[in-house]
Design a protein around this ligand. Structure first.
Ligand code: TMP
Length: 221
């Protein structure tokens, strides 16, 4: 059985990760690739419970190290119960965020020691990492405005308010944007940066082209 491919979508708030992930998922299914869609924090029963602790409440709810450990605990459960079993069955796994988010948000954003984060990542995931990481990049001002609009909609729909990170301030978001760009620079083979100031359709076709090229796919499978 050939192991499936593992693709992560990354980036700051409001870059349209979820929309693009849905689109790629449908495209892969249309050429008969078996794919699952998942997210972090979350993606398994236990990790979804931890997610609620992380995305709700005031920004100062956790100190940066505690927050890091909660993300890592959630990731460990996600890998063990969702990601690895799927890859071993030959399924492709598309995840909305993975460990680069910890380096960007907790490392660059909150200033947690980057070497300690690398060691933790090794402890939690071993050498496992995505085959490809798509980083959706957007100026902070535009991203936060989009995220605010989404949060207002969530309140209207009574869907709970997952806005803890959106409320962390523009400086924090500038640092993590720089973090994602540095991560891409240091991992050129794995990461691609997508400028999301373009139209949704243009972004979709760029992502599809790059994924097809990377994995040797064509429109007829
Ligand atoms: P989401 O809004 O993309 O669903 O992600 C929830 C929040 O969690 C988002 O603001 C980024 C944050 N996050 C971290 O701070 N560190 C991490 O390791 C992950 C996976 C997410």
């Amino acid at each position: 059985m050939t192991r499936g491919k593992f693709i992560s979508f990354e980036g700051g708030e409001g870059g349209g990760k979820t929309t693009q992930l849905n689109f790629l998922c449908d495209t892969l299914k249309s050429i008969d690739i078996d794919v699952i869609q998942t997210r972090e924090p979350g993606g398994s029963k236990g990790a979804e419970e931890i997610r609620n602790l992380l995305v709700e409440g005031p920004p100062e709810r956790w100190d940066a190290v505690t927050e890091t450990l909660l993300h890592c605990a959630a990731r460990r459960d996600h890998i063990k119960t969702t990601i690895l079993p799927a890859l071993e069955k030959g399924l492709w796994v598309l995840t909305d965020r993975f460990s680069d988010s910890t380096m960007a948000y907790q490392g660059y954003g909150h200033g947690v020691n980057k070497k300690a984060l690398q060691n933790l990542q090794q402890f939690v995931a071993g050498t496992m990492q995505p085959d490809m990481t798509i980083i959706l990049d957007l100026p902070v001002k535009i991203g936060l405005a989009r995220a605010e609009k989404r949060a207002t909609q969530q309140i209207k729909n009574n869907n709970g308010q997952e806005d803890r990170y959106e409320r962390m301030g523009a400086d924090f978001h500038e640092r993590l944007r720089k973090g994602f760009l540095n991560i891409a620079k240091n991992n050129r083979k794995r990461c691609i940066i997508i400028d999301t100031t373009r139209s949704v359709e243009e972004i979709q076709s760029t992502i599809q082209r790059l994924v097809f090229k990377k994995f040797g796919l064509s429109e007829d499978g």
